[in-house]
Design a binder for this molecule. Structure first.
Ligand SMILES: O=C([C@H](O)CO)[C@H](O)[C@H](O)COP(=O)(O)O
Length: 215
């Protein structure tokens, strides 16, 4: 099995805390995600800072774009994003716009299936348009209401779409093996790392568990 990637969700609003957290966990993660609240608060300057600091890491900007796809995402790809996210619920025109912006910068697009009613159909159509990553995502509010991403991950993995599948939504050490075995190629972890007494130690543990599960 190919080694799944670990994506660190940087969900603080504070610019300096975000950069400091990235520095702590960098040895153990493959992708830095600038989370949606964080990118809204800090904008392209944070993309540029992390790009300059970590030229060799993948950088995902969790825009969750809902409209004006090409226009909104273009600025973030230009600032150094490798991947931007667009909401599946935005519709195919917006998704196509983000994909167009990504192609212009030799970058990638992730569809976020959060709150999409027919996730299989949305994933299929998005992949046809050229999206490279399908994101299964139980957001923070849905998590607080007791939801998890595991059922959706199994359903989407079974489709065999031939693109990478990302999973997000409360992933922690106890659930890493389950999501790797279900076919996730990108494991997103936020609170389980940034909320731990030692984020670096928590990230190291996740790295070991992901690598062990993928053998
Ligand atoms: O995308 C996220 C959320 O919607 C806020 O933007 C989180 O980054 C994602 O859910 C991962 O964080 P955890 O669920 O805390 O692991």
């Amino acid at each position: 099995m190919a080694r799944p990637l670990i994506q660190m969700a940087l969900d603080s609003l504070d610019f300096d805390q975000t950069v400091a957290l990235a520095d702590q966990v960098a040895p153990y993660v493959d992708i830095f995600e600038i989370g949606t609240p964080c990118i809204k608060y800090n904008g392209v300057n944070l993309v540029k800072e992390l790009r300059n600091r970590y030229p060799d890491k993948l950088l995902l900007v969790d825009l969750k774009t809902m409209d004006a796809g090409e226009y909104e995402a273009g600025a973030f790809y230009a600032a150094g994003a490798d991947i931007c996210t667009v909401l599946g619920v935005s519709g195919l025109a917006t998704i196509a716009g983000v994909i167009k912006a990504a192609k212009a910068h030799a970058a990638e697009t992730q569809i976020d299936l959060i709150n999409v009613a027919d996730k299989a159909e949305c994933a299929r159509e998005s992949v046809k348009l050229g999206a490279q990553i399908v994101g299964i995502h139980t957001g923070l509010d849905a998590q607080a209401a007791g939801q998890t991403p595991f059922g959706d991950l199994n359903d989407i993995a079974r489709l065999g779409l031939g693109v990478r599948i990302s999973v997000a939504g409360g992933i922690k050490p106890a659930t890493v093996q389950q999501v790797v075995e279900a076919g996730a190629n990108i494991i997103v972890v936020g609170a389980a790392i940034y909320g731990a007494p030692s984020p670096a130690e928590a990230a190291r543990e996740i790295r070991e568990l992901v690598d062990a599960a993928a053998v």
